[in-house]
Design a protein around this ligand. Structure first.
Ligand code: UDP
Length: 179
């Protein structure tokens, strides 16, 4: 494997199955199988997972919820996905640690950069929950931030779209895939 330490950004939305919401166990399994392949090769893996399958802050205003409150709901959604992913990884025999940007003492550790790096050095898969911990950001920003902090060699992004397009291919049928 070319990379020693990677930051994997997984969208929450791609966890959605045929029911159109929530977490599809088969999608989760697919994520775990691919993560395990890289982990077995000795790659240190950190993951940021989104929350779009459960909640996005931008939806909040439409139902009369304050934007900042909505963003906190979105951050909680990333934690729900993180917990699901953590269980699925541990069921596959991979040791993990979930580090949250927002303190939730009973459920997971709080993000501390040096601690995250130590877990990675011990071959634990580290999941970063609650995004950056700040409203008005997305989990893509969280992925970039954490990648820099842990000195990852690369950020790899898993979404429903299979490459880079001139526009969003899910919305624009004329979108052109770039090589
Ligand atoms: N969010 C936030 N700050 C962050 C990361 C996420 O406020 O640092 C909120 C924001 O409301 C966002 C939601 O959490 O819409 C879910 O994250 P995102 O939309 O990035 O999920 P994805 O599209 O990857 O499923």
């Amino acid at each position: 494997m070319k990379y020693k330490r990677i930051l994997l950004k997984l969208s929450g939305e791609s966890l959605v199955g045929d029911e159109g919401y929530g977490i599809d166990p088969s999608k989760l399994k697919q994520y775990v199988e691919e993560i395990k392949l890289a982990h077995d090769q000795g790659v240190q893996i950190a993951i940021v997972i989104g929350g779009g399958n459960i909640y996005r802050g931008a939806q909040a205003a439409k139902i009369g919820i304050d934007r900042v409150q909505g963003d906190y709901m979105g951050m909680m959604a990333t934690l729900i996905n993180s917990l699901a992913l953590q269980s699925a990884l541990e069921n596959a025999g991979i040791f993990t640690r979930l580090l949250s940007a927002i303190k939730i003492e009973q459920i997971c550790e709080t993000f501390i950069r040096r601690r995250a790096i130590r877990h990675l050095e011990k071959d634990r898969v580290v999941i970063f929950g609650a995004g950056t911990g700040n409203p008005y950001f997305t989990t893509d920003s969280a992925a970039s931030l954490r990648a820099i902090e842990i000195e990852a060699d690369v950020v790899l992004k898993g979404t429903r779209v299979d490459g880079i397009y001139s526009s969003d291919p899910e919305k624009d049928p004329t979108a052109i895939k770039k090589n």
